[in-house]
Design a protein around this ligand. Structure first.
Ligand code: CAA
Length: 436
C-alpha cells in the first residue's frame, strides 16, 4: 500500500479538491515566422558555402572566418535580436538561436562567435539608456561593430560577484584598472561590455557595467589563449590601464546595477549557446550517420549493426529533446516570461551535456578514424567540451535550477499529506525555504 492510500485511510481530506494544486509554467507555443525561417535557410546556405569547406582550415590556423561573417552581415543577421527602432529586425532570441544552430552544425566555433556578438550587445539592450541604445545598437545591427562581454577574471569565474577590476569615480567619468580573462571575441570586438567594481563596500550594488570601445586609451589585449577547441574564435585576456570612460559610458547611467545587468543578459544569451550545442550535436550526428552508412566491416555497412543503430537512435533523441527545450526557452525569452531564468539554465545545461555526449559517441562511430585530425569529427569532440563550461558552468546552471525548485517547494505543501510523518525530518531545508 503506497503513502497515498495510507493518507486516505487516515481520513485526510482529498487534497485535489479545491484550488490547491500547483500548476507548472504554461509551455510556450513554438512557432517560427516566415522571416525567421527565411533567415534559418540563409544561415544554412552560408554554412554550406563558407563554413563546411573551411572549418578544418580555420581550426588549424586559428584564423577567423571573416568571409562567413561578412556573408552573415550581408544577409542582415547581425540585428535579429535588436528592435527595429535601433536598426534591427526584432526577430528575437528565437531567430538568433536558429542562426547559431545552423552555423554550429557546420562549425561550432563560428557559431559561438556569432552568439557572443549578441551576448556583448545584450547588456545595452537590457540596461542601456535611450542614448546608449541609439548610439551603439544600430552599429551592431549593421554589422559595423563586433561585441564582446568582459565579465570573468582570473579569480572570478563562476563567482561573478567576486570581481576585482576597479572602476573609480573621477571628474566626468570613471577610471578602469585591471584584467579580464576569457573574453570571447576579445580581439575582434569594437565594443566591450566590461564589468567593474564601483563600490567595494557594498554587497548588492558593488558592480557596474561600462561600454568600452577598443580605441579607448589604455584598453589592450594582453594575450590570446591557445585552446583545445573553438580555435578560430579569439578568446583573449583584456587589459585596462587607467582607461578613462566618461559618465555616459556607465550602463544605464546609475552605478551598482552591473551584477543584475550581467545576470539578465545571461538569461537571454544562454539559449544562444544552447543552440550552439544543438547545432554541434546535430552536426556530429549527421556526420556519424553518413559515415556509418558508408563504412563497411564484416562485409556490411556498420549502420546495419544494432549496437551502432542504438547509439545513433540515442544521439538523435537527445539532440531533438535539447532542440525543443532551446526553442521553448527562446519563446519564453521573447515574450519576457519570468520563467526565462530557470529555462535558460535548463536548456544551457541539457543541450551542452547532450552535445558533449553526442560528439563523443560520434567519435566512437568513426572508430580509429574519429581520433584522427584529418577526419572532421575530432573537431566536434574538441569544440564541444567548452560548452559545459562557458556562459556559466553546468554546475552553476544546476544550482540556478535547484534554487528555483527550492523556491517552488512551498507550492507542493499539499503533498505533505501523502508522506508518512516519520520520514519528515527537516535538516534545515525549511529555514532555507523560509528565506527565499
Ligand atoms: N536576473 C536578475 N537578477 C538576478 C538574476 C537574474 N537572472 N540572478 C540573480 N539576480 C540578482 C538576485 O536577485 C540578487 O539580487 P539582490 O542582491 O537584490 O537580492 C543578486 O542578483 C545576487 O544574486 P545571487 O545571490 O543569486 O548571486 P550569487 O552570488 O549567489 O551567484 C550565480 C549567482 C548564479 C552563481 C552567478 O554568479 C552566475 O551566474 N555565475 C556564472 C557566471 C557566468 O555565467 N559567467 C559566464 C561568463 S560569459 C561567457 O562565458 C561567454 C563566453 O565566453 C562564451
Amino acid at each position: 500500500m503506497g503513502p497515498c492510500s495510507q493518507g486516505f485511510r487516515r481520513g485526510w481530506q482529498n487534497p485535489f479538491l479545491g484550488n490547491r494544486l500547483h500548476t507548472m509554467p504554461e509551455l510556450p507555443k513554438i512557432e517560427f515566422t516566415e522571416a525567421q525561417l527565411k533567415l534559418r535557410d540563409a544561415a544554412r546556405e552560408i554554412a554550406i558555402q563558407h563554413l563546411l569547406p573551411n572549418a578544418g582550415k580555420h581550426d588549424k590556423d586559428g584564423t577567423f572566418n571573416e568571409a562567413a561573417f561578412q556573408a552573415a552581415v550581408d544577409a542582415g543577421m547581425l540585428g535579429v535580436w535588436i528592435p527595429e527602432e535601433y536598426g534591427g529586425s526584432n526577430l528575437g532570441i528565437t531567430a538568433l538561436s536558429m542562426i547559431v544552430e545552423e552555423f554550429s552544425k557546420a562549425d561550432p566555433a563560428f557559431g559561438v562567435a556569432f552568439a557572443v556578438n549578441a551576448l556583448g550587445s545584450i547588456p545595452i539592450l537590457v540596461g542601456g539608456t535611450p542614448d546608449q541604445k541609439a548610439k551603439y545598437l544600430p552599429r551592431v545591427a549593421a554589422g559595423k561593430a563586433a561585441c564582446a562581454f568582459a565579465l570573468s577574471e582570473k579569480f572570478a569565474g563562476s563567482d561573478a560577484g567576486g570581481l576585482s577590476v576597479r572602476a573609480e569615480k573621477v571628474d566626468g567619468g570613471y577610471r578602469i584598472n585591471g584584467e579580464k580573462k576569457w573574453t570571447t571575441n576579445g580581439s575582434r570586438a569594437d565594443i566591450i561590455t566590461v564589468f567593474a567594481v564601483t563600490d567595494p563596500t557594498s554587497k548588492s550594488r558593488r558592480i557596474s557595467a561600462f561600454i568600452c570601445e577598443k580605441t579607448d586609451e589604455g584598453f589592450h589585449i594582453i594575450k590570446e589563449e591557445d585552446k583545445m577547441g573553438i580555435r578560430q574564435v579569439p578568446v583573449s585576456e583584456t587589459g585596462y590601464d587607467n582607461v578613462f570612460l566618461p559618465d555616459d559610458r556607465l550602463l544605464g547611467g546609475t552605478p551598482g546595477l552591473g551584477f543584475k545587468h550581467s545576470m539578465m543578459t545571461l538569461d537571454l544569451a544562454r539559449p544562444g549557446v544552447a543552440a550552439q550545442a544543438v547545432g554541434t550535436a546535430a552536426g556530429a550526428l549527421e556526420y556519424a550517420v553518413t559515415y556509418a552508412a558508408r563504412r563497411k566491416q564484416f562485409g556490411q555497412p556498420i549502420i546495419s549493426f544494432q549496437m551502432i543503430q542504438s547509439m545513433l537512435a540515442d544521439m538523435a533523441m537527445q539532440t531533438e529533446a535539447a532542440r525543443w527545450l532551446v526553442y521553448a526557452t527562446a519563446a519564453l525569452a521573447d515574450r519576457g516570461s519570468r520563467d526565462t531564468t530557470r529555462y535558460a539554465a535548463m536548456c544551457k545545461c541539457f543541450a551542452t551535456d547532450t552535445a558533449v555526449k553526442v560528439a563523443t559517441d560520434a567519435v566512437q562511430v568513426f572508430g580509429g578514424y574519429g581520433f584522427m585530425e584529418d577526419y572532421p569529427i575530432a573537431k566536434f569532440y574538441r569544440d564541444s567540451k567548452i560548452l559545459q563550461i562557458y556562459e556559466g558552468t553546468n554546475q552553476v546552471q544546476r544550482m540556478v535550477i535547484a534554487r528555483n525548485l527550492i523556491k517552488e517547494a512551498k507550492n507542493f505543501d499539499y503533498l505533505n499529506n501523502f508522506i508518512p510523518t516519520e520520514t519528515q525530518r527537516t535538516f534545515g531545508l525549511e529555514h532555507e525555504i523560509a528565506n527565499t
